[in-house]
Design a binder for this molecule. Structure first.
Ligand SMILES: *[C@@H]1O[C@H](CO)[C@@H](O)[C@H](O)[C@H]1NC(C)=O
Ligand SMILES: *[C@@H]1O[C@H](CO)[C@@H](O)[C@H](O)[C@H]1NC(C)=O
Ligand SMILES: *[C@@H]1O[C@H](CO)[C@@H](O)[C@H](O)[C@H]1NC(C)=O
Ligand SMILES: *[C@@H]1O[C@H](CO)[C@@H](O)[C@H](O)[C@H]1NC(C)=O
Ligand SMILES: *[C@@H]1O[C@H](CO)[C@@H](O)[C@H](O)[C@H]1NC(C)=O
Ligand SMILES: *[C@@H]1O[C@H](CO)[C@@H](O)[C@H](O)[C@H]1NC(C)=O
Length: 585
């Protein structure tokens, strides 16, 4: 039983790369705290009844006329400094947060490849029928400006792969404006792939179909997994040739340009503050930070002398929570630089990301990231690095004392992350209450998954679909991931430990446990090979693969016939192993 193999397991676990989870202070709080998190996680997902009643109320009043869809840049332009040079030529920009920059229309004919009804209707309050119009194609790709729009490119800097990279900025994205919807939410609309800006460096300002399909699908998929993220409204493909060396191997291919219309409450990044701090533009730094706090951290009072400290601690906490959520679904971001990391702790800038297949903490989605800086198991550390850089950027605004306090806040980051990871994995295993061995139970499982190369998503999912009795008798008919896992020589020890732990949850019915587990362990995630099939079709103007994936990934916790038929919960096809992620975008 457990005690007899404990020493061995701990040795195994210690040897593994998975960031160790420790039993932490959170367990001094009552049980209910620990599951209120599970509830919080699911409440961030739209419940179907909430969605229905909301549709119901507003369906009759969606905007059908795009010329009446008004956005505004006033708040941004009034409050924040704007570049006094005009024109989209590449240059070093000083003393501003934005440059005015007009998108370059794509060569047509344009085609609507995909649209997220959830975003178009639920956030933008547009009747989805308008997306079929010619004018939508123009508005959503930069060919025509929405009423009220003053398109902007944002100036930011950042640390890339560990080093200060100087001025970066929106090199191929344009902020079209803010939309205030009837729920009182302000959303910033951005198009990506819409041409050169002052920040394009050597780039051509375009994005290709494959990277745009990936961003479109993954941002929507993450939302439906309950993970804070930017959203995608539409994907438009053009006939404009774009030249890319996809694997940086000298093989230049002609691809086609595409534009994603994407939304976030704010696109400000750690790098937004860094560039101002690094350039000594401290007044602008203060102005931008005050603006961000005023609009997005509304619980912080403008005259609180500690407001920057409270802001910092909110970002530290938010970052820890976000990365814990990534870990819990096996999501590796891939280019987690300070310029690609949101101050609002949402997932942004989908590039060479990947979802884990076989469990491997050394999983690196970007095949050119030879050092594995952004490998799966190192994301929490990368987050810590980014937060150190944020602290550095804020230094001019802190007193000596506040700097010390900020460092202490940062020191808590790892604990917050580990505590959250432990809570989420407990939820994934259906565990209630507290037990000092939970930490080991989880680490033991992950270690076995690593040794047996078990599929991350399906191992957790199948554990959610098998009753305690069936588990006890190791009846894994058709459960391919559990079958793989059970080949581990210590599997039955782990199983006994797990079943014993479950049996102590006396008031918990097995069906309730399975139900809880199924609502947090997705059956479908956007695996690279799934995206790749949709991309290959899309490149031939067949967008059915994108549509199917969007549909399936909008309900990732529900078993769906079409998804099962497509093999999305089955063992990945052999060709999936040979797939390289397209890196240039
Ligand atoms: C909303 O839906 C409910 C039940 O489906 C229905 O009874 C009600 O009349 C609807 N309300 C509106 C405004 O359509
Ligand atoms: C519908 O929208 C218009 C303008 O967006 C607004 O003036 C009107 O009050 C809305 N009607 C309802 C029933 O919500
Ligand atoms: C930390 O962030 C999480 C997720 O956003 C939130 O639920 C929690 O209240 C935050 N905690 C603190 C102390 O701010
Ligand atoms: C991250 O930011 C850099 C600098 O702006 C940009 O070149 C890169 O494309 C971004 N990554 C993604 C995935 O958008
Ligand atoms: C992948 O990693 C390499 C090496 O660090 C880097 O140069 C490249 O920009 C990364 N790719 C993307 C799309 O970020
Ligand atoms: C195994 O479980 C399946 C249900 O998934 C059941 O139909 C079958 O009878 C079980 N087999 C044994 C040997 O218990």
């Amino acid at each position: 039983m457990w005690n007899t193999c404990r020493a061995l397991v701990l040795a195994l676990v210690a040897a593994s790369n998975f960031p160790r989870v420790h039993v932490l202070d959170c367990f001094q709080s009552a049980d209910t705290d620990c599951y209120s998190h599970a509830n919080a996680a699911s409440s961030s997902r739209p419940s179907s009844s909430a969605v229905k009643s909301w549709w119901n109320v507003s369906f009759s009043n969606l905007t059908r006329d795009l010329d009446r869809f008004i956005v505004s840049c006033e708040k941004l332009l009034e409050s924040l400094p704007v570049d006094d040079v005009n024109g989209n030529f590449v240059r070093t920009v000083k003393n501003c947060v934005f440059s005015k920059s007009v998108p370059t229309p794509l060569r047509g004919p344009l085609r609507l490849a995909a649209v997220s009804k959830d975003v178009i209707e639920g956030i933008l309050e547009l009747d989805v029928a308008v997306t079929q119009s010619e004018s939508f194609l123009l508005y959503a790709s930069g060919g025509r400006l929405l009423p009220g729009s003053v398109p902007l490119a944002h100036r930011y800097g950042g640390h890339q792969f560990g080093y200060w990279a100087g001025q970066l900025g929106d090199g191929r994205a344009h902020l079209l404006g803010q939309y205030l919807n009837r729920k009182g939410e302000v959303w910033e609309l951005q198009i990506k792939g819409s041409g050169k800006t002052p920040y394009s460096r050597s780039g051509d300002g375009r994005a290709v179909i494959r990277s745009s399909v990936r961003e479109f699908l993954c941002s929507e998929a993450m939302h439906f997994l309950g993970i804070p993220t930017s959203r995608a409204a539409s994907l438009i493909v053009s006939e404009e040739p774009v030249f890319r060396d996809q694997f940086y191997d000298g093989n230049v291919k002609t691809e086609r340009g595409a534009v994603v219309l994407r939304l976030a409450k704010s696109w400000f990044r750690i790098g937004s503050l860094e560039i101002l701090s690094e350039s000594g533009e401290i007044d602008h730094l203060r102005t931008l930070l005050n603006f961000i706090i005023d609009k997005h951290f509304t619980f912080i009072s403008a005259d609180d002398p500690e407001k920057y400290l409270v802001f910092y601690s909110t970002v530290v906490n938010g970052t820890a929570h976000l990365i814990a959520q990534w870990t819990s679904v096996g999501f590796a971001h891939g280019v987690f630089n300070t310029d690609n990391f949101s101050l609002l702790s949402i997932t942004i800038d989908y590039g060479p990301f990947g979802f884990l297949e076989s469990y491997d903490p050394n999983f690196v989605p970007n095949t050119s990231d030879d050092e594995g800086r952004y490998r799966m198991g190192a994301q929490a550390e990368a987050g810590l690095f980014n937060l150190e850089k944020l602290l550095l950027a804020l230094r001019p605004l802190f007193t000596q004392k506040q700097q010390k306090q900020a460092k202490m806040i940062l020191n808590e980051y790892t604990n917050v992350y580990q505590m959250r990871v432990l809570q989420i994995f407990k939820t994934k295993l259906g565990l209630l209450g507290e037990d000092e061995e939970d930490n080991d139970l989880i680490a033991f499982l992950l270690k076995m998954m690593e040794d047996t190369q078990s599929d991350f998503t399906m191992t957790f999912r199948q554990l959610s679909e098998v009753s305690a009795n069936q588990l006890g008798s190791m009846n894994f008919t058709q459960m391919w991931a559990l079958d793989d896992l059970s080949s581990h020589k210590l599997f039955s020890d782990w199983l006994n430990m797990y079943l014993l732990r479950l049996s102590r949850q006396q008031s918990d019915r097995d069906l309730d446990r399975l139900h809880r587990m199924q609502s947090v362990n997705p059956r479908y995630v956007l695996r690279n090979w799934m995206a790749e099939s949709a991309i290959r079709k899309a490149e031939m103007n067949d967008f059915s693969g994108v549509e199917l994936l969007l549909h399936i990934l909008s309900s990732p916790f529900v078993t769906q016939h079409t998804a099962e038929e497509a093999g999305y919960a089955a063992r990945p096809p052999v060709w999936a192993n040979r797939l390289k992620v397209s890196c240039s975008s």
